[in-house]
Each structure stands twice: as C-alpha cells, then as structure tokens.
Design a protein around this ligand. Structure first.
Ligand code: AMP
Length: 406
C-alpha cells in the first residue's frame, strides 16, 4: 500500500503541547488529518486527538502508561506510538515546531541541529514564558526519535523585513546592539494571511494592509506587499494591545514606580503584566471576550471599550508606518468570531474610510466592508499550523536538494 507522508506540527507550552498532523506533498494539498493536545503537563497529563471532522479519536489519561507527569520525552513517545498504531497508511517524515523567538539570527525556518538547539536555548531570556517549553519539546522529540528531521518555525521571523525605525527603541546604541530591540510576534499567523489575502483578493497583492490578530494574545501588523513593516508587539509579547490577561502598552515609568513604591520585583511585575492585567484586570471578571460581551457589568463594558479603543488607536499609528491604508483584515479568535468587536473597531476607523456591512459582518463573510467603504475589510481565519507544515516541507525539500547537489 502506498503510504502518505505525514508531518507532526507541535506548539509546546508550559502545561500543554498542542499538535496537528498534516498529510500531503506540496503546500496546496496539505491537509490536517488530526488535531490534538497533551494537557495537564506537570500535574495529570491527558491525551486528546480529533480527526478533521472533529470526531474524537482519543481522550485518555496518561496515568498508568509509564509517563511521568512532566516527562515530555515519554509523552512524545506515547504520541509517536499512537500515530504509528492509529494512522496506518501514513509515514511520519518530519516534525515542525512553533518557536516563539528566533532572535536576530533566524529570519526563516531552520532545520534543527544540536548547534541550532543551543542557539535557541540561548534566546530563553528573551522569551522566558514560551521559549523553554519550545526547546524542551524539540529536545524530547530528538531523544525519543533521533532520526526524525525537525524544523523550527519562528514567530519573530516574518518581522525581520521591517525597517530600522520600526525595530529600534530610543535607547543607547550599546543596548540595541545587545538585542534590546523590537522583534514582533504572531509572525506565522501574519505570514499565512499575507499568502491567503491575495488568493481571496488578487488586487491586494501589493497593498498596504493592516492585519488585526485579535485572540487571547493580540497584535496588529502593518504589511506592505505582503511584508511586515511594523507591528504592535515589541521586545516581548507584552507590548501593544491590551490582551486577555496582558497589559499591552504601558508607560515604563509605572514599572519604576511599582518597584520603588511597592517593592515589586521582576517576578511580581511579570505576574502582574502577563497574567493579571488586560481584559481580566480591567473587568475584574474574565479574560474571555465572549464573557465580557455577554456581561451587564459596567467594568466588562469598559474592558471591551478599552480594547477596541487601543486597536483603533494603534491601527492609526500603523497606517502611518505604511504611509496609508488600503485594506483591513481581522483574524484569530476574537477577530474571526466577534462581529461586535469588528463593528466597534471599524466605527473608530471610519475617519479613514472604513465601514462594515452589518449583514456581511454578522454572517462572517470573507469580505465584510460596506459598498461605500473606501477601505475593503476582510475576515480571514488564520492557520499557523498549516504555515508550519508548509515551512517544514519546504525546509526538508531544500535540505534534500542541497545534499544531492553536494
Ligand atoms: P485565540 O487565542 O486566537 O484562540 O482566541 C481565543 C479568544 O477568542 C478567546 O479567549 C475568546 O475570548 C475569543 N473568542 C472566541 N470566540 C469568540 C466569540 N464568538 N466572540 C468573542 N470572542 C470570542
């Protein structure tokens, strides 16, 4: 029987490891056949997998199968065993990882080697909440299946095309040279949108496009001709928009004040700014946009208003970075699903010529702008996993052709 090539796509976090399995040969016919996760890492690991139609294929505790609560290698070993057992007719040929930080060095995806792993480990201080888990998953997979090619795909890479002024803080040059600069994140999502938009609207291929990635983490990207020219996240994924639990942009003087007057240290500030702020902090209720939109509580309404206000305000700044605005795209959990948030952001951008059609917006059409809107507005579901799968394929093809050439 002819076996189909399969690619394991991994997005490893602190307590969960999300995975997808893609099959297919070239970018266009790649299809996700399984999505799943190992949750409860460190406490009570659980394995779940669904097929493309969202039918449950597996949902079980990993207790009692020789998997320690924090033993990522054993968990990945279990996953590989499950793939071999359940996905007959496929042959796992590579794994692709979402890696939050590629520093200044990695402007595109890269095949993993021990040297690359070390470089990625050295970037942990730049993204201490995500990078260690990304690296741990790559190490664990290399341990249980050393022959499996692995590819690292970076959330920062897409923004390497930005001009100097978008990447630079007004700090002494020695600090900039050390890498204290703006990197930007959500790059795999933006790269996917950059490829998808011209398929939906070919006239947008060279346009100045504002992409609003609004999810539990949120950012905006200014793109010209499919390349990033500016973005709202910076040195870390804290800057820019208020998010589910992150503050977004804040006067750095506040931090100095909190350190001096309240004796807060780095860990407390980190907890405050990453986990207790944003929609949760302002509403005092929830980090979930749905819950806030459904709530009668005035603090919930204020949280939503602050979010939409900042999206519009920072969108205007990004329009200046692009020297104008030709299109707006909404994506990610809130951007794809919340008609009320899209309406409110569009209203605040009406002075730029943005207007949405209420019926198209409610129906989540691909193009939701009103007939009279000067600026077309799109809703495009993002697909970071597909982007990683397609990069993984590309890097493998490159490395096999360079081996042949040598
Ligand atoms: P993401 O991080 O892209 O998966 O987005 C997750 C967020 O999307 C959740 O925290 C929800 O707040 C939000 N979300 C999902 N569906 C809706 C919806 N129908 N209305 C408003 N927000 C939503």
């Amino acid at each position: 029987m002819q076996q189909r090539d399969a690619y394991l796509i991994v997005n490893a976090g602190s307590s969960s490891l999300k995975f997808s399995i893609f099959c297919g040969g070239s970018g266009s016919d790649l299809s996700a056949i399984v999505n799943g996760q190992i949750s409860g890492i460190g406490t009570a690991p659980r394995f779940e997998a669904k097929d493309a139609a969202r039918h449950v294929l597996a949902d079980r505790s990993l207790d009692g199968v020789g998997v320690g609560a924090a033993d990522r290698a054993a968990m990945l070993g279990f996953l590989l065993g499950w793939i071999a057992e359940e996905l007959k007719g496929t042959r796992l040929v590579a794994a692709g990882h979402r890696v939050v930080h590629g520093g200044t060095r990695f402007a595109k995806p890269v095949r993993l080697t021990p040297a690359v792993l070390e470089e990625l480990e050295a970037l942990i201080p730049l993204a201490p909440l995500h990078q260690p888990h990304n690296v741990a998953a790559m190490r664990a997979l290399a341990e249980v299946y050393p022959a499996l090619p692995q590819v690292a795909c970076f959330d920062t890479a897409f923004h390497q095309s930005q001009p100097w002024q978008s990447q630079t803080f007004a700090l002494p040059r020695a600090l900039t040279a050390e890498g204290i600069r703006r990197y930007g994140f959500h790059g795999l999502s933006y790269e996917y949108i950059a490829q998808r938009l011209p398929q939906i609207a070919p006239e947008m291929a060279d346009a100045r496009v504002l992409v609003c990635h609004l999810g539990s983490g949120s950012s905006l990207c200014a793109m010209r001709a499919g390349k990033s020219v500016d973005t709202t996240m910076g040195f870390t994924a804290l800057d820019g928009l208020p998010m589910g639990t992150r503050s977004g942009v804040i006067d750095p003087g506040v931090l100095i004040y909190l350190m001096r007057e309240k004796g807060m240290g780095a860990d407390e500030l980190e907890a405050l700014l990453y986990h207790q702020s944003g929609l949760l902090g302002v509403s005092g209720l929830s980090n979930d946009m749905r819950a806030l939109l459904d709530s009668e509580n005035p603090h919930a309404a204020e949280a939503v208003e602050l979010f939409c206000f900042q999206v519009a305000k920072q969108a205007a700044a990004l329009a200046a970075s692009m020297g104008g605005l030709d299109a707006v795209v909404f994506t990610a959990g809130v951007g794809e699903n919340s008609a009320p948030v899209r309406t409110r952001v569009a209203e605040k951008l009406s002075w730029l010529g943005v207007a949405v059609d209420p019926a198209a917006n409610r129906a989540r059409a691909a193009r939701i702008s009103a007939a009279e809107s000067r600026i077309p507005v799109f809703v495009i579901p993002t697909d970071e996993e597909r982007m990683i799968a397609s990069h993984t394929l590309g890097v493998l093809a490159e490395s096999s052709s360079s081996i042949k050439a040598a």
